[in-house]
Each structure stands twice: as C-alpha cells, then as structure tokens.
Design a protein around this ligand. Structure first.
Ligand code: F6R
Length: 365
C-alpha cells in the first residue's frame, strides 16, 4: 500500500535509504570493512578477460554507471549495450568472458534473449535482478539480488539505486580479486557505502525546493540534461524519467558533447539540468555550463556546496547536495533527479504510477 504517500512512486522514492541499506547488508561485511558477496566466489574475477553488460531502460543506465566503476576500480574492460541491440548484433564474445544482465523484473524479453545469446556463446552469466524467482535469474549461473522489495510504480526508482549498490559491491569485489584495490582502500570504499543511506535521507529533504522549481519546469517543451563521467548516465536517467511520467521531451547528453551539436538548441525556453558533484571532472562540466549560460540558457545545477561556490555562473536554481566521496555519489544524486521528474509530473496532473503506453514488465520485444 501507499501509506502516507500520494503515489507508489513517491513511496518508493522515500524507501530508498532503507532498501539501499538493506541491500548493502547482504553485500558487505561492515564490521570487517570488506565486501562479501552473497554468492561467494562463484565468479572468477581474476581470470576474466572482459565483462559484457546488457539491459534495457533504467536498468541499462545502471549498467552504464557500473561500467565506470568496473573499469576504474577493477581495471576490467567492459562492453555494454541495450539488450535489444545486443541480441541481434552477432557480437563475438571472448574466452573467459562474463556477461551481466540487469533487470528489475527479471522478465524483460530483450534482456532474456541477450542472456541466451551470451550463454550460447560461452559466457558465464551473472544477473542482477530484483525478483529472484524470475526467468532471467533461473537461467543465470550466479544471481545478485537487489533487495528493493516489490516495485509497483512503472517508473523504476528504488530498484535503480539498489542495482547501483550491488554494482558498487561487485566492482569492489572484482577489484580486490584482481589485485587493483588495497585492503585500506577497500575499507574506505566500504565506509563510504555505509554512509549512503544517511546521505540519501538528507537528499530527500530537498524535495520542497524541487517542488518549487518543478512548477517552472512544467512549462518547458524540451529539457536538456548534462553530466560527465558517472553523472552522464544520470543525465540519461533524468531525461528518461521526465519523458516517461511528464511527457515533456528531454534528452541526456555527455556535457562534453554539447559543442558537437546540441548547443544549437540552447535558448531561454529550454531548461538545462546539469548534474555535477564537485569531482575530478567538475571544472570541465563547469566550463560547458558557462557556455550554456553565455547563450542565455537557463540552468538548474545539481551539485554540492563547493560546486555551487565554484561554478562561475548564477544558475536559475541550485540544488545543493550534501558533501560525499564522489565515487559512489550517483547512488545519492539519483534522488533529486527522480524527484524533479516526479514533482513536475504531479504538478502537471499526470498519472505518475501508470504513465500512458507503458507497462511495468516488458515481456514482448
Ligand atoms: C523506466 C523503466 C524502464 C525499465 C525497463 C527494464 O523507469 O522502468 O525503462 O527499466 O523496462 O525493465 P527491467 O529492469 O524489469 O528489465
């Protein structure tokens, strides 16, 4: 049931600190400051030549963020594609390859077909699913469950952040096995993961401010989302969420691609939402933001106190997130992104739990 919330989507957004905390308890030995995977050492991370990730929609964007983590932390080459392309591409798959499929429902037709292709082509199969009895789980060699609980709202929220929490743990486990992470660094990352639910709870407190800015956003015909690094998939996710529940056209772009075309769209009528924690790439994103501002673009900046102080422009609105280590920050930055879409759609009177033309589980291609 919805409890005190107007929609399942709101309830599920608010459950996120709890379900991420719950998921992490299954993947971390908190006292020891180590990752401990529930399926033990079923996966030979050290011997892997490559990781291939397949998924659809929001689960695909979670996989895109995971790519950054596996590559950077575990030095593991990652290939990722949407499952509807992967299944027909006839991609050659390597010896000693692991294929990872991500699905909340575990029943998405294209993702399942991609899994079967990878299996037939000799890959070990790991799935990250929210429903452990699902077809995708049954056909995998190892299953990493997200403990988000049943997700009712059609727009995925809590399953997405739980997928990210699982990926963070998997990437750390892979890094340890592959010798790219010291015990000390592992303990530091584990500590950062443990602090996420508290940071997420603080991010939820930004909702009144987001509600205010959503009124203006609701008048836009198009919205551009920008981000770099792991904030780029969040830009894609923000655009998808806004499209699917408010029906406002939105696009996510890597901030560095702006000058290769989309900057031509910038005018006073198109809000630009920039996702930019003060991380190693902040200055690059800030300079893209300044380019938008110089062309009269209206910027909504999602950043932290330092980013707000150093962005070099005056955004129309700044959503100031709590300070945190940047590595797993997307797990917290997902929340304002979801709330922007939710509040905008609610203000516009849309049925956020049952958006038109969409189904919760896409079992046909
Ligand atoms: C968007 C959304 C969809 C799903 C996609 C994959 O909010 O929910 O894009 O993420 O249909 O579904 P699963 O994860 O069940 O395979």
């Amino acid at each position: 049931e919805k409890g005190n919330h107007r929609h399942f989507m709101a309830k599920e957004i608010y459950e996120q600190p709890e379900v991420v905390g719950h998921t992490l308890t299954q993947y971390l030995d908190m006292a020891a400051g180590k990752v401990r995977l529930p399926f033990g050492d079923k996966i030979d991370w050290k011997g892997l030549s490559r990781l291939t990730i397949g998924a659809c929609g929001t689960s695909y964007y979670a996989g895109l963020i995971a790519k950054y983590w596996f590559e950077k932390l575990a030095r593991l080459p990652v290939e990722i594609d949407v499952a509807s392309e992967f299944r027909y591409r006839e991609a050659p798959l390597p010896e000693q390859g692991l294929a990872l499929f991500v699905s909340q429902s575990g029943e998405t037709a294209d993702t399942l077909a991609g899994l079967r292709y990878a299996r037939q082509n000799g890959q070990a199969i790991l799935s990250v699913v929210n429903v452990p009895t699902s077809t995708i789980a049954r056909e995998s060699h190892a299953v990493a469950q997200t403990l988000a609980g049943p997700e009712i709202g059609v727009a995925s929220t809590k399953a997405f952040v739980c997928q990210l929490a699982v990926f963070a743990s998997l990437a750390l486990a892979a890094a340890r096995a592959r010798g790219t992470l010291s015990a000390e660094d592992e303990a530091g990352h584990v500590q950062n993961l443990i602090s996420l639910p508290g940071l997420m709870a603080r991010a939820l407190e930004l909702e009144p401010q987001i509600e205010q800015l959503s009124h203006k956003l609701s008048r836009a015909k198009d919205v551009l989302y920008l981000g770099r690094g792991t904030s780029f998939p969040l830009a894609l996710e923000g655009a998808l969420k806004l499209k699917e529940i408010s029906y406002i056209h939105a696009e996510g772009y890597p901030a560095g691609e702006l000058k290769h075309g989309p900057i031509a769209l910038i005018d006073e009528d198109m809000p630009v939402i920039v996702v930019a924690p003060h991380d190693a790439l902040f200055e690059k994103t800030a300079s893209n933001m300044q380019e938008v501002a110089a062309r009269g673009g209206r910027i909504i900046l999602v950043t932290d106190a330092k980013g707000a102080a150093e962005c070099g422009i005056e955004p129309e609105a700044t959503i100031v997130m709590p300070d945190m280590d940047p590595t797993f920050a997307p797990i917290v930055y997902a929340l304002p992104i979801q709330m922007i879409a939710y509040q905008t759609a609610v203000f516009m009177g849309k049925d956020v739990d049952q958006p038109r033309n969409l189904a919760k589980s896409v079992t046909v291609e």
